[in-house]
Write a new protein. Structure first.
Length: 380
């Protein structure tokens, strides 16, 4: 047994570290990868690829967005970050072997963990795109390829590799899309409380919301908790409405962003996550105007000015409800070029091509009826 441990201790430690990274993202911070996914719209089109590859760092940008689309599922996010950790460690180890061949194994192993740990720390900052991580990995990979070339040809390969790698990976400190945004921009992505609650609300985890946020700080989270109490049967519809909306004369100094027939929707949002929560809450309550406005507001908070697949999905729904079928069809055409929204978009296309079939969709039918009996205050 001692001989086995002595021979395979590195593999054993790496296995433990990989399991730790996976559990860290899946059980402690699953909402951070989810926020990354809803902050972008990755399309499988030639134009989308060429638009990115034609700029310095374009391949790093493309790969970062391609990987981020899988973060729609927290399990996928944990798996992806675990793979990134392992790849970065392996590449770091190869560099250390090349430049410090006489270094002690234990010392080299410890040093090879520095870069992966830094990349995991950067991953905790949702406003820093995954582009930077991809750029670092591309540079390390290119370096390993160059070092594998015989010394007699290495100079010529290096002269070619430098401009090519620069164009594909960028300068890896400042560049297109992966400059580290300041803290004020970071706040616009939402607090951890808002990110987590938004993820749970999206999943319909009502008991989890009530248990996790007994004293919420965010107005959007407070409203989400109220709806969670209603969803679990602990409050009725009238009590929910009494707490969500207040008369104009009772508004006082409290901030409210939406007016519903003289009543104010008692929630305001100041981040991407809270805006999406407002959209989801309004959509479930048949407040189509608010749901659509909040989806647009959410996209405005994306630091890279990207579109959002999640927001476009909501815009399809609200435009079907308001009978703007041509607009809904436009968004459906975009979502059909994605990976994880394609099937849903295809299921919506028959509804816009044949509106008479909306009656087979209970929620949209009820929402249309409610919309017809309300005032379209946003002229959607």
């Amino acid at each position: 047994m001692n001989g086995f441990i002595t021979k395979h201790w590195q593999q054993m430690v790496i296995t433990v570290l990989a399991a730790t990274v996976f559990c860290y993202w899946l059980f402690l911070y699953p909402f951070i990868p989810v926020v990354r996914e809803m902050s972008q719209l990755f399309l499988w089109t030639d134009d989308y690829f060429l638009e990115r590859i034609m700029i310095p760092g374009g391949l790093a940008l493309y790969l970062g967005e391609m990987i981020s689309q899988f973060f729609i599922n927290p399990v996928n996010g944990a798996i992806a970050y675990t793979i990134i950790f392992l790849v970065a460690r392996q590449l770091s180890d190869r560099w250390l072997r090349q430049f410090f061949p006489t270094m002690k194994v234990a010392c080299r192993f410890a040093l090879s963990l520095i870069l992966p740990v830094i990349l995991m720390w950067l991953a905790m900052l949702p406003y820093v795109p995954l582009t930077l991580t991809m750029a670092v990995i591309l540079v390390l990979g290119a370096g390993c390829v160059v070092m594998a070339v015989p010394r007699t040809k290495r100079l010529w390969v290096l002269l070619l590799a430098i401009p090519v790698t620069y164009w594909l990976a960028g300068p890896a400190v400042k560049g297109i899309d992966y400059i580290a945004y300041d803290k004020e921009v970071g706040k616009e992505m939402g607090t951890y409380e808002e990110m987590e609650c938004d993820m749970l609300f999206r999943q319909g985890e009502w008991q989890q919301i009530i248990r996790r946020f007994p004293q919420p700080e965010s107005p959007a989270v407070r409203s989400a908790v109220l709806i969670a109490y209603h969803k679990t049967g602990q409050t009725d519809k009238q009590e929910l409405m009494n707490n969500l909306v207040i008369p104009r004369e009772q508004q006082g100094n409290s901030r409210s962003v939406f007016n519903i027939g003289g009543m104010h929707f008692y929630v305001n949002f100041g981040s991407l996550s809270s805006a999406f929560m407002v959209s989801d809450m309004a959509y479930q309550l048949y407040w189509t105007n608010i749901a659509q406005q909040a989806a647009f507001e959410a996209m405005e908070y994306v630091p890279t000015c990207n579109k959002s697949g999640r927001a476009l999905k909501r815009l399809v729904e609200t435009n079907i409800i308001s009978r703007h079928y041509d607009v809904a069809r436009k968004y459906i055409s975009i979502l059909e070029k994605t990976t994880f929204y394609r099937r849903w978009a295809q299921s919506m296309r028959p509804l816009v091509d044949h509106p008479e079939t909306i009656g087979s969709h209970p929620f949209l039918q009820a929402a249309q009826k409610e919309y017809d009996n309300s005032t379209d205050i946003f002229f959607i």
